[in-house]
Write a protein that binds this ligand. Sequence first.
Ligand code: NDP
Length: 248
Amino acid sequence: MYSAQAVAVITGGASGLGLAMAKRFAAGGYTTIIVGRNAERLAKAKEEIGKQVFTYVCDLTQFEAIPGLVNTILADHGHVDVLINNAGIHLKKPMQEIEHTEFLRVIETNLVAPFVLSREVARHMLSRHQGHILHISSMAAQYGIPQVMAYTAAKAGIEGMTRAMAVELSPHGIRVNCIAPGFIETDMSSGALDNDPERKARVLSRTPMGKLGCPSDVAEAAFFLSSPAARYITGEILRVDGGNAIGF
Ligand code: NDP
């Protein structure tokens, strides 16, 4: 399906789920490009994974910088086969305390940046009639979770955008999918759960598998969805959640 040396771009690839995905794609033979704001953390991830990883520093909310980022990646590596829009931020606060600027920051990071990056990469993928774009949603888009208003709005938007992109791009050979992770042990989930034992107990009690997931659970699903084995799958929202979304 992909050219001899497949290239994957993973945003937020220096930590958490993105780092696990970067490890999986690098192990699977991809030239693996990770993007984030923190050069030091990116360099550390490269050191940990190996020379098939390339790092690009970019604040993806600087939307005007994204076309230049994609052009640089294409100039350096020739093509992009897989784009994973994983970078994201969380905001946990009662809704009456959320400033509109905070709300916008979450929407810009978690929804607008994935759109702009997908648009730029899709222009390139359309010229090759192939590629896979993978978005990352959340349980917040599957059911109501209090105190995560902006995050929920962004993730619900990502799921809608997955379907809209899939119907627009799939006729041209580009598949578009989304993973909705359940509660996975990373810095982000620790921030939301560690100081809130009641919420953590609730998460576990409604997760039939009775435990949090680990980043590699999501990485394996991302690798499968991006592989030729998933060639007839597009527009899918795949939950990787230990059953959390269907738990009682
Ligand atoms: P982390 O906080 O560990 O990672 C988020 C990554 O996003 C960081 O590497 C960060 O890098 C990058 N990032 C944030 N803002 C920007 C920006 N403006 N420009 C470029 N990069 C940015 O979180 P997780 O690994 O837990 O989350 C990854 C994704 O998975 C997110 O979309 C999240 O919403 C989703 N998710 C996570 C769940 C979980 O349980 N952990 C559950 C459901 C969904 P840097 O700071 O260097 O820029």
